[in-house]
Write a new protein. Sequence first.
Length: 225
Amino acid sequence: MIKAVLIDIDDTLLDFKRSSEEAIRLCFEHFSLDFNDNVIKTFHEINDELWRKIERKELTKQEMYGLRWVTVFHALGIECDGVEMEVLFRSTLSGIAEPVDYAYDLLEYLYKKYPLYAASNSSFAHQQKRMTQSDMLKYFKKMFVSETVGALKPAKEFFDFCFAEMGNPPPNEVVIIGDSLTSDISGGGSYGLKTIWFNPLDKELPSKLSPTFTVKDLREIKDIL
Ligand SMILES: [Mg+2]
């Protein structure tokens, strides 16, 4: 008996890759910088590594914001103020909300059956703006965003907050859906939740992790829940 469903936002409902690429293109246009595929590739490599450090608690999000574009510009040999770029990038990005394929389809199906809660590591205003812009906010009873929760997934404190807000249902009657093996699958699994790993790119599963279910396409979740 499933009592509630927690859903990650970035790269589960909203396509961070598509949205960030559009934001980068617009920012490069603003700074009259040459935009190409290598910019995108370098950004994702550095951004992914920085987020892994945040998840391992080796870096704070504020530190990451100070570093991200400085590091990308340095790697690309571009002379531009990385701190200024970071500010413009995040304000541009919060106005772009490209959905993941079939995200609306899934939300439309799930919200009629279960109470839905968003669970995201980000800034609240940023996610609220994007969820409003994409018209996804209406499907959720609440949004749990690390900035207001005071802890990041996969920390126990993040889930403690969510469960208290949801009225403390038994963890094994709650499902978390997400693309991150660290935040969503490992975090949710350790807390006792059922986990659905969204793995559209067919990434390999490390042997120490075992999601309850794995899907490649969000439509497959309708057969599970
Ligand atoms: Mg995600």
